[in-house]
Design a protein around this ligand. Structure first.
Ligand code: ATP
Ligand code: MG
Length: 310
């Protein structure tokens, strides 16, 4: 399931690296309809390349996890209700009309959502120091321009979670980290404040849920849009291993090397294999061994099990 499928009742309008978007096939060409079908494929990207083969069941695992989080954040974890883009109460196992709209060919990997007026900001929250944040911290003592206490190591918990927005680049271009001030210039200062406040709140709630299950939510990215009533609404995928870094809390506490501490539940296995097998930007990446794909799939499945099977 690596190419966008032909789906009865839906017209394919866009494919990102991982997801395929459809609109109802009676939507006039060029118009933005009210509804969309978001289909998560099994495609995996690394170093900006989509690799072959896909990761078995990845799209189903990502969709299942997104739906689980949307449901919890809609009040299921006791916090205030966070509005999301799902049509009706399309939750796992329900048999409502939104569910019936999903063609069998993509069952389990698709969501029917309300088409929103998206804010062009990737709302990144970091609770721990690693990746690009760690590189920046080592040279300037800041993460995305925010000064951070000295003396931290790769993988350490930040004194408090920080909001580090990125400008959502048009298709095919790289997202660009931007300051909070720049965010306010782009979306207005009131909206920038709301995005920051909501993002930090959702991160805190999700990190607490993860912690109860022996997991660390190191960082994550949200996207929001306005619905037709002007309500700021959580969109896209949420708190999946494609949009977040999850680590095992025990490994993080007891590990002595960064690799041991940050035993992640994402495509790190793919990244590691590729980094050893290929020089980025030199030709096309090699084909992933089936075993690497299978191991990655198992890692995604393990995260889903640990989070949801309580
Ligand atoms: P990349 O390949 O870099 O991830 P991408 O983010 O554009 O590119 P996908 O994540 O595969 O690709 O596609 C999902 C797209 O759908 C995103 O552009 C996202 O902003 C958009 N989107 C998600 N939910 C909604 C919604 N409810 N209304 C409108 N657009 C949405
Ligand atoms: Mg995306």
């Amino acid at each position: 399931m690596n190419d966008p499928a032909l789906l009865h009742g839906w017209r394919h309008v866009y494919s990102g690296k991982v997801r395929d978007l459809y609109v109802p096939d009676d939507t006039p060409e060029g118009a933005s309809g009210e509804r969309m079908l978001v289909v998560a494929s099994d495609r995996v990207s690394s170093f900006d390349h989509v690799l072959e083969p896909g990761i078995p069941d990845k799209g189903v695992l990502l969709t299942t996890l997104s739906l689980w989080w949307f449901d919890r954040l809609a009040g299921g974890d006791g916090g205030r209700r966070i509005p999301n883009h799902l049509v009706a109460d399309h939750v796992l196992g329900s048999d409502d009309t939104a569910h019936e709209l999903i063609p069998d060919a993509v069952a389990g990997r698709a969501m029917v959502v309300r088409a929103l007026d998206m804010q062009p900001i990737e709302c990144v929250v970091r609770g721990y120091l690693t990746g690009s944040g760690w590189l920046e911290y080592q040279s300037t003592g800041t993460v995305c321009g925010i000064p951070i206490a000295p003396g931290l190591a790769d993988g350490d918990r930040l004194p408090e979670p920080i909001f580090t927005p990125a400008y959502k680049a048009p298709m095919g271009e790289h997202d660009e980290n931007i300051s909070f001030e720049r965010t306010a210039e782009i979306v207005g200062s009131e909206m920038a404040e709301r995005l920051r406040e909501l993002s930090l709140e959702i991160y805190a709630r999700a990190a607490a849920t993860a912690e109860e299950r022996g997991l660390i939510l190191a960082d994550t990215k949200f996207e929001f849009g306005l619905d037709q009533q002007g309500v700021l609404t959580l969109a896209d995928e949420v708190l999946t291993p494609d949009s977040s870094r999850y680590w095992d809390a025990d490994a993080w506490r007891t590990g002595t090397t960064p690799a041991e501490r940050m035993a992640s539940f994402d495509k790190q296995i793919v990244r590691n294999w590729l980094a050893a097998a290929w020089v980025p930007r030199e030709g096309e990446p090699p084909r992933l061994p089936d075993e690497i794909a299978a191991q990655t799939s198992a890692r995604y499945a393990e995260l889903l099990r640990r989070l949801t099977a309580v």
